[in-house]
Design a protein around this ligand. Structure first.
Ligand code: NAD
Length: 293
């Protein structure tokens, strides 16, 4: 039995609050703009996890009044066809945000497709132009998962300025943009990754530890500082000793929650925040709609 001491950072509740605010914004703007905001999620192939994510995104869109222009293409769709679809959506005035659900089948060039999205419709914030704005500290569409982490910290008044933040993972999707966002808010940032020789030695220094690796129970209670903030981005499906399928993060929840001051649950922590930030990016693009494509 765990004697949990950490406070939970409830991403699910915050995501619902943000969605409620976005719904009001959409209702207010719709009369002026003359149409609802639109998000196009492009999925290629039949990855079952991706199908669940896409369905969740479209359901969330419906709740806030965003129209979905999703396209599901067969696995063997050639690169040129996906590029042509993106081009068509770039020019479609009803569409404010475009998202290519990753991972893509191996014959497709992911980077080339992400580059094809018009930067002002880049709802996932992964276009080099938007990543460039982030590195320069300029306004722009921010990557959804790291933006969701920052918003969650802000909601709980967990000021990062002057704190030592240890980011575990250096992907372009999560670790790298998150490190830049923490730096922008004046944290002292360290990044650990697969070649870091002693992970525990690094994580024990963190006032805030963000794990974005994809390895169940990688970080245990002995690896964290008492009272720290533990943010779990990892999503791992495991089979329990009883044979049940379960989602867990990269932190070993039972041991870490006895040492840390705050922790995000998996599920119900960062995951719902990612979806909320996707909707927020779409509404931001909608707000700056000027009637041109
Ligand atoms: P990725 O595979 O691209 O990157 C994993 C990173 O972990 C790499 O940078 C690697 O260097 C690092 N790493 C691997 N082994 C390590 C080790 N032993 N010690 C320290 N670092 C190590 O993955 P990603 O796309 O960044 O996703 C990471 C996790 O976050 C996955 O579980 C993914 O499902 C999850 N994820 C969740 C959300 C969400 O909304 N909650 C969004 C995106 C990704």
């Amino acid at each position: 039995m765990s004697s949990e001491t950490a406070s939970l950072l409830n991403g699910k509740a915050l995501a619902q609050k943000i969605q409620g605010e976005l719904k009001t914004t959409v209702e207010t703007l719709q009369g002026k703009i003359g149409r609802p905001p639109g998000l196009a999620v492009i999925m290629v192939g039949d990855n079952p996890a991706s199908a669940v994510y896409v369905r969740n995104k479209e359901k969330a869109c419906a709740k806030v009044g965003i129209a979905s222009f999703g396209r599901h293409l067969p696995t063997e769709t050639p690169q040129e066809e996906v590029e042509a679809l993106i081009q068509q959506l770039n020019e479609d005035k009803r569409v404010d945000g475009i998202l290519v659900q990753l991972p893509l089948p191996p014959h497709l060039d992911t980077v080339k497709l992400l580059h094809a999205i018009a930067p002002e419709k880049d709802a996932d914030g992964l276009h080099p132009m938007n990543l460039g704005h982030l590195i320069r500290g300029e306004a722009g569409l921010r990557s959804c998962t790291p933006a969701g982490v920052m918003r969650l910290l802000e909601e709980y008044n967990l000021d990062v300025a002057g704190k030592h933040a240890v980011v575990v993972g250096r992907s372009i999707l999560v670790g790298k943009p998150l490190a830049l966002m923490l730096l922008e808010k004046n944290a002292t940032v360290s990044i650990a990754h697969s070649r870091t020789p002693d992970l525990g030695e690094m994580t024990r220094q963190g006032d805030i530890i963000i794990a974005a690796v994809g390895k169940p129970n990688l970080i245990t209670g002995e690896m964290v500082k008492p009272g720290c903030v533990a943010i779990d981005v990892g999503i791992n499906r495991i089979i329990t000793e009883e044979g049940a399928s379960k989602l867990v993060g990269d932190f070993e929840f039972n041991s870490v929650s006895q040492v840390s001051g705050y922790i995000t649950p998996v599920p119900g922590g960062v995951g719902p925040m990612t979806v909320a930030m996707l909707l927020q990016n779409t509404v931001l693009s909608y707000q700056s709609y000027d009637g041109e494509s």
